[in-house]
Each structure stands twice: as C-alpha cells, then as structure tokens.
Design a binder for this molecule. Structure first.
Ligand code: MTE
Ligand code: MO
Length: 400
C-alpha cells in the first residue's frame, strides 16, 4: 500500500528519481500517426503510470524506474486485453488441471500449492511483445507502447513441471494451454487463452507464481496465481490462472493465430514453437537482446567537464548479457560499460558508463550483446505487429 508521503509525491509527479519539471513521456521523435503526448493516471494500489488506455487497463512504466534492479510492484506496467477483470477470492480459488493429454485431473488450492510443492524463486524480465510498438515507422496498429511495457521482478512460486507431473503427462502431449478468470464484456471478444509447447511447460524455469518481489501477487499482476515463462515475451504469462490443459493437438483460436505472430526467419530466435508454425509466420517466443538508457533524458541539459554517468539496463531471452557498449558520439566510437550484479540469466542487468562531456550536443547510445553473440539492431526489423523492437536506444543531450 502507498504511504501518505509517497502518494503525495506521486501526485506531484516527483516520486522517483527526484524533482523533474517535465514528465518522462518518451521519445523526442515520434513516427507519424502516434500520439505525441502521454498522460499519467493511477489505478487503485498503483503509482501514477503512463496511461495508454483505461478499459482495458494498459499502463507503462517510466524509463527512470526501469533503471532499478527490480521494478517496484506499484510501478510495474499493466497490460490486459479484456475489460472484465474480477477480483479473485484467494480462499475460494482453485486451479483446475487436466486435458486430454493429462493422465488425471487436479483441483488445487493456493494453500496446497504453497505447502505440497517445492518453492522456487526466479528473477525474470516480463516484457510485452508490443513493447516499443509506438516507435515503429511506418506506424502499426495496436497499443502505442513506448519503452516501458516491461519490468523486472523476483517471481516466487512452484514449478509448472511438478504440478503437471502430479496430474500425469501422457506421451502424446503437444502443448499446454492456460486460461485466466478475466473475460470480454461482450461475448464476441475471444477469451484470452494461450498455450506453450509441452517442452517449455516442462522446463524447470517455467513457474506458477504466487509472489512478486516478496509480496503476494498483486491484483493487477494476476492474483492469486500467474504463469511465468522466463525468457519468453509476456503474452504467455497468463494472469489469474483458473485452468491448465495438457493438449494432444495444437491450440487454435484468435490469440494463437493470427495474433502474436512474427514473420518466419526474420529474427535470430533460438526457441521455436514448432507445433504452431505455418508457411509464413511463427509465434513470438523468446525476447531479443535489448537495452535501455534509464537515467538520461532527451533534450535535457547536463553539466560539461565533470563526470557524467550513463546508466541503464540490458536483457535478453535468457542466455545472459555478455557486454554493453556505450557511445557518446552518435555511434562513431564505443566504450565498454561496467555491468552490475548478476541476478541470473533471465533478469535485467544494470550497467553504467562514465564520461566527461565537452560542451555541446551529444548523442548517447547503448548496445547490448548476449552470451550467444547476438546484439541489437541499428535499423528497425519491420513487422506488422511492431514486435521485437530492439533498435539501439539513443538519447540526445546538451552539455553546458
Ligand atoms: N489473464 C490475462 N493474463 C495476461 C493478459 C491478459 O490480458 N489476461 N495479457 C498478457 C500480456 S500480453 C502481457 S504483456 C502481460 C502483462 O503483465 P502485467 O500486466 O503483469 O505487466 O500479461 C499477460 N497475461
Ligand atoms: Mo503483451
């Protein structure tokens, strides 16, 4: 809950990173067709976030907050497809596990999940597939996210594998499907049901999480239980889980196809979702390597001839960040940033780089490389849904 002081600071727009005259509204140069301004608004129990829509709730996190090792729950971005989001009573709630490729069925209470299964905690980035879609040029339809449809958290829960093994997985299992308690207000909105490949469901890192950053999972993040698929984009991280089904056939439905697809062969992806592939498209799976400058703001004034620290975060689809290079001259020369603490290969990695600027304008850029040697692109890899935007982030500053 918010303390009174924090709430007052929040209302004044000053709650993180000290006094700022202007809210952090995103990039200086917006492609044609995008909104040129954003407003802050507050959902119950949250700090003011950048509002994209209210029904369904879509709110993003300001970049400066993403510079923290873990994104505070009250500042974590919120994304929903459907407008009817019931508050779940955790005592009455049950998780149903079954499906044609499960040997049996289960009905699990939160208490049983907590007591009878091994608790596991993983630090992992939760990033919307559409993060940075608003920067696509040409403009593409969908929520016009800036840089903040992401966050890093410590997720605690149980292994999905352990739950599935208690139900029993038959040899014909192809995919595992997940449904939450939220639904559309009108019947024609398709229910948000998603599946992952059986091998990914049985991966030891795939969790059913009941805690986020040491607190019970907050309502807006899927109370009482959500799926956590470290390394993969957040479309699979189903909130308010009610039902899990082990399938002998690939899942059909709008949210599997045509939604959440990328053109085949265009991105350097290792994890593939083969049972869902067709001639031209494949489901989005793991995140591409990416980074963000979190402490400098476009068109802001900084002091010259004194050390200036460039800080930020880097992350990828779970191979781990190997290095971050920073340029302060628009990409002509690069230096190596110092990496912060390693919270595991699925977490964001903080980094910093110091330089002493001469008076004048500087274009600061950051570029991360992961342990597979994959790096960020300088040009947008255009695709119709605006996914996987890992174009090198640059910030224009003036030093006086
Ligand atoms: N039940 C449910 N779970 C969901 C969604 C949803 O609409 N309903 N959206 C997904 C998408 S696309 C994203 S990006 C993440 C957002 O997680 P967050 O709101 O906790 O940040 O939730 C995922 N899980
Ligand atoms: Mo998303």
């Amino acid at each position: 809950m918010l303390s009174r002081r924090r709430l007052l600071l929040a209302t004044a727009g000053l709650w993180a990173g000290g006094a700022r005259a202007r809210p952090d509204v995103g990039p200086a140069a917006l492609p044609e067709g995008t909104l040129s301004s954003s407003t802050y608004d507050t959902l119950p129990g949250k700090l003011p976030l950048i509002k994209k829509s209210f029904r369904p709730p879509n709110f993003e996190t300001p970049a400066r907050v993403l510079g923290e090792a873990f994104t505070p729950n009250e500042a974590f971005f919120v994304r929903y497809h459907l407008s009817s989001i019931p508050e779940v009573d955790p005592a009455a709630w049950r998780l149903a596990v079954g499906g044609e490729a499960a040997a049996g069925t289960l009905s699990l209470s939160l208490d049983v999940l907590r007591r009878e299964f091994t608790p596991v905690e993983i630090a992992a980035v939760c990033q919307c597939s559409g993060n940075r879609r608003g920067l696509s040029n040409p403009h593409v339809p969908g929520v016009q996210w800036g840089h903040g449809a992401m966050g890093n958290a410590r997720w605690r829960g149980v292994r999905l594998k352990e739950v599935l093994e208690r139900a029993g997985v038959k040899s014909g299992a192809v995919e595992v499907a997940f449904d939450g308690t939220d639904s559309g207000v009108v019947d024609k909105t398709p229910d948000f049901v998603k599946s992952i490949p059986a091998w990914k469901a049985l991966d030891e890192n795939t969790l059913l999480a009941y805690e986020m950053n040491g607190e019970p999972l907050p309502h807006w993040h899927g109370a009482p239980l959500r799926l956590v698929v470290p390394g993969w984009t957040a479309t699979y991280w189903i909130k308010h889980l009610a039902r899990i089904e082990v399938l002998a056939q690939p899942l059909t439905g709008f949210w599997m196809n045509p939604a959440y697809r990328i053109p085949k062969g265009r991105f350097p992806i290792v994890d593939r979702f083969v049972s869902q592939e067709n001639e031209t498209t494949t489901p989005i799976t793991e995140m591409v390597v990416n980074s963000l400058i979190t402490n400098l703001r476009d068109r802001m004034l900084y002091r010259s001839r004194t050390p200036l620290f460039v800080r930020g975060i880097a992350w990828d689809g779970g191979y781990g960040i190997a290095r971050v290079d920073v340029s302060t001259d628009g990409g002509r020369t690069w230096g190596t940033a110092e990496l912060g603490e390693d919270f595991g290969r699925f977490s964001t990695r903080q980094w910093s780089f110091a330089f002493v600027p001469e008076p004048g304008d500087h274009v600061v850029m950051a570029r991360a490389t992961n342990r597979l040697g994959a790096s960020q692109s300088f040009e947008l890899v255009f695709n119709p849904a605006g996914y996987h935007n890992n174009v090198v982030h640059s910030v224009n500053i003036r030093c006086t």
